[in-house]
Design a binder for this molecule. Structure first.
Ligand code: GLY
Ligand code: MN
Ligand code: MN
Length: 431
């Protein structure tokens, strides 16, 4: 699945228009492999900087893509060494030998050089200008082109296959780690080439740890299992969460809470239309959390007033979602001029912008019982009138429920790229 030059040309044209440099040179560093401290000749797996990769579709370590607004683009690639040919079987990458970069720059001595992508040795940083151009480039990277969407669809399809194969394995006694191994192996069997981020497989109270790393804990009857993991294809990832309940005991509370989270999620997915403000969808979800918890008797009061008092942040302490694609937080961020709120909950909003066609964004509301947030004397005093703390205390081992899909904005109804992964209440209640 190589990106054809048609797409790369179009991306470079969009980037050139956004970079608005009259005479500045822009260099995009691919980056270099990072050695593992104390690890002899071992390095962390190399991934080229997303900005470089988007413009070249190459991972070539050490490469530099140069943009001269008067002349266009030049790909400088390091010459392959004999050692690399011998040990890694590496061939020559297409492009201009990197050894020519110095003279290329020398002949443009009077011009300012801006370094995007990874930092390049010997290039002076100009943080203010880099920040401006990076924001502009991030903005043009937001709408996904067909080549990107093809990879994202392949990643979502691999995830869907793996989640389907995981279901029969989710039984009391199985460990988080065993499930992670099977899920990831199925990502790869179904066409994924990496996991897009550290897989979260969390049983019981571990489901209340937002970025939990799976361990040896075994799932018990009647417990929740939260799985947040996604296959990646050629650098484009899916980011999916499903929450299940192992058979056993009374599923009543899970049913009620799951229905609340699912209702919020489906409402937010439906709201992903052109022009919708992400912050508004987030606030609507906060309202849904409090309306749902009020319906279950866990909080008391008018949801709108409770939102004003930030009560939702006790149970839903993260943002509604983030942009996804070339990396799990691809091109997220705020529209220039917008600043991050300091309000609890809103301070974690990774994205604050109006949605546009071909943006792909995660929708991932959750409700959790997190000891680190709820066992806080100051909060208990502040919210003594509106939180049923005795009920909450009885739920501290429950964990949490999150449901996450990846949604493409279109000219009409949103397209849910992860719709093939079941999320109905029935699918979550395991036999
Ligand atoms: N997988 C981390 C997240 O959902 O953002
Ligand atoms: Mn996720
Ligand atoms: Mn996510």
């Amino acid at each position: 699945m190589t990106t054809s030059s048609r797409f790369l040309d179009a991306r470079r044209a969009r980037a050139a228009a956004a970079l608005t440099t009259e005479s500045d040179i822009v260099l995009f560093g691919a980056g270099d492999p990072v050695g593992i401290p104390g690890g002899a000749d071992q390095t962390y797996p190399f991934l080229a900087h997303a900005e470089y990769f988007w413009l070249t579709d190459h991972e070539n370590p050490g490469s530099v893509l140069a943009f001269d607004p008067n002349e266009g683009w030049t790909d400088f690639v390091p010459e392959t060494t004999v050692a690399e040919r011998v040990w890694e079987g590496r061939g020559d990458a297409p492009g201009t030998p990197l050894s020519r970069l110095a003279s290329w720059l020398d002949s443009r001595k009077e011009r300012r050089i801006i370094n995007l992508g990874s930092r390049i040795n010997g290039i002076q940083a100009d943080h203010a200008r880099e920040g401006e151009l990076r924001d502009a480039l991030t903005h043009v990277r937001r709408p996904k082109d067909e080549a990107e969407l093809e990879r994202m669809r392949a990643a979502c399809a691999a995830s869907a296959t793996a989640y389907a194969r995981l279901l029969p394995r989710i039984r009391p006694g199985v460990t988080e780690r065993e499930l992670q191994i099977e899920l990831e192996a199925d990502f790869f069997r179904a066409g994924g080439d990496r996991t897009g981020y550290g897989s979260i497989v969390a049983a019981g109270s571990n489901a209340a740890v937002l970025h939990f790393s799976p361990g040896s804990r075994a799932l018990k009857a009647g417990e929740v299992l939260l799985v947040d993991a996604g296959a990646e294809v050629r650098r484009y990832t899916s980011d999916v969460t499903r929450t299940y309940r192992a058979a056993g005991g009374d599923p009543g509370f899970f049913r009620d809470l799951y229905s609340v989270v699912l209702g919020i999620e489906e409402c937010a997915v439906a709201g992903c239309v052109r022009g919708a403000e992400w912050r508004d969808l987030h606030m609507q979800a906060c309202h849904g959390v409090l309306a749902g918890l009020a319906g279950m008797g866990l909080v008391r009061g008018e949801p709108a007033e409770l939102v004003d008092r930030d009560v939702h942040a006790l149970f839903f302490p993260h943002g509604l979602g983030h942009m996804v694609g070339l990396g799990v937080r691809d091109a997220s961020g705020y529209l220039p001029g917008r600043v991050r709120s300091t309000r609890p909950g809103l301070n974690m909003l990774r994205t604050d912008l109006p949605l546009e066609r071909d943006y792909v964004i995660t929708v991932e509301p959750g409700i959790y019982f997190i000891a680190a947030l709820l066992n806080d004397a100051e909060k208990r005093a502040r919210y003594a009138d509106c939180v049923a703390w005795d009920r909450v205390d009885a739920l501290m081992d429950f964990g949490g429920i999150r449901i996450e899909d990846n949604v493409r904005i279109t000219d009409g109804a949103p397209e849910n790229l992860t719709a093939a992964i079941p999320k109905s209440l029935d699918s979550a209640l395991l036999a």
